[in-house]
Design a protein around this ligand. Sequence first.
Ligand code: CUA
Length: 146
Amino acid sequence: MNKYEIRVMALTGIMLSFFLFAILYNTFSRNIDVPTCIPYAGIYKKPHFKKLDFSTYEVYAVAHMWAFEPTDISLPAGSSLDIYLTSSDVVHGFNIVKKGINLMAVPGGITKTSITFTDPGVYRIVCHEYCGAGHQNMMGKIIVTP
Ligand code: CUA
C-alpha cells in the first residue's frame, strides 16, 4: 500500500474519532440533544398557545411564507415551553436567538422541543432557511416577563 494512502486513512480515522467524541461529549456532558420529529398525525390544524399549569406552556406553531403563527408569545420568567412546530408550505427554520434552539419547520412533520426561560427579556425568533422572497422578514418573538 502506498504511504500516502496509509496517511489519508490514518487522518480519516483521527477525524472520525474526533467527530464521535464531539457527539458523545455534547450528548452526555452538555446534555445537547437533537429535537424530536413526530410524524404528522393531524395533532393540530391551527396555531395556538396555551398554559398547562402555573409554569408550563405549550405552543403549536405554524410557519408559512413569511411569518410564524402565533407571532408573539408571552410568558413569565421561570416557565418552560414545549414547542410543536410544523410548516404549511415550504421548509422554514425556527431559531430562537441566544437560546440555542434551532428547529426545522417541515411540511407534513412536527418538530418538538422544550425550553425553559429563566431570564426576562425579548427573545427573537428568526427563520434561518431560505424560503423565498420574504425570507429575511420572517420573524417572531417570545416575551418573557419578570
Ligand atoms: Cu421562512 Cu426563511
